[in-house]
Ligand binder design. Structure first.
Ligand code: HEC
Length: 217
């Protein structure tokens, strides 16, 4: 009995060496595979199951963790968000995500991973949807809309995409048609927006209502 639990340093050493050699071989094989261009990055050939599984897990866990700090505004349920979001969605999202009564576009057929049809429902929470729309998703065609749109407009989109699965093609069209001017107005007020004559912002180095004295050059 005692011999079974005997410490065998040589045997343990050879097992450790074998594990090391296997790891080393794996690293070398992976490097050869990557550097010889072995992996097909073409969007018309699906990922291997392993790569797809890993990327999916990375995305799901990342979205879940980053969206924890996102809280919806208190007026998230304001019904005016629906038509505002509908217009934005129709303008910016249908090319990839389609919508009620919208035919498959060439874009939607060519991208990989494909964009989910959000009109069929989406199991992300509002905070997760907000985060994905604002920041986009690396390694996919999903853009970061937060670069050009403020949070209010993104919440409009979230409010709308949560309603869309309940909409017929006719209701979708009606929602888009009833959109307020709000989008255009908000875009104009956003930083970096083109300023029309008469709405010039104060020049850098001057304060609105200040002395008007500019910094010496
Ligand atoms: C150029 C194509 C493209 C456009 C335009 C686009 N998306 Fe996406 N979107 C994608 C792709 C592709 C994915 C899925 C990526 C993946 O598989 O992880 C995605 C994912 C999403 C998701 C996450 C869905 C889920 O369940 O994981 C949301 C929400 C979303 N998009 C909303 C929008 C909204 C709202 C717009 C418009 C403002 C938009 N997208 C515009 C390509 C696009």
């Amino acid at each position: 009995m005692a011999s079974q639990s005997e410490f065998r340093p040589r045997r343990q050493l050879s097992i450790a060496a074998l594990v090391l050699v296997i790891i080393l071989l794996f690293v070398v094989a992976s490097a050869i595979f990557i550097y010889t261009g072995g992996y097909n990055v073409g969007a018309d050939v699906p990922h291997t199951k392993l790569v797809f599984g890993i990327l999916e897990e990375i995305r799901d866990k990342s979205v879940e963790s980053h969206a924890r700090n996102v809280t919806a505004p208190s007026n998230f349920n304001d019904p005016r968000r629906i038509p505002a979001g509908a217009e934005l969605y129709n303008e910016m999202c249908t090319g990839c995500h389609l919508g009620p009564g919208i035919e498959r576009s060439e874009l939607s057929q060519g991208i990989y991973p494909s964009a989910p049809e959000l009109a069929s429902g989406d199991d992300l929470s509002p905070a997760e949807q907000f985060w994905v729309i604002k920041h986009g998703l690396k390694f996919t065609a999903m853009p970061a809309w937060g670069k050009t749109h403020d949070d209010e407009l993104i919440w409009d989109l979230v409010a709308f995409i949560r309603q869309m699965p309940k909409m017929s093609a006719a209701q979708y069209k009606a929602a888009v048609a009833s959109a307020p001017e709000r989008h255009e107005q908000m875009m104009e007020q956003m930083p970096g927006a083109k300023n029309e004559a008469g709405s010039k912002p104060p020049a850098p180095g001057t304060k609105a209502g200040g002395t008007g004295v500019s910094r010496p050059n």
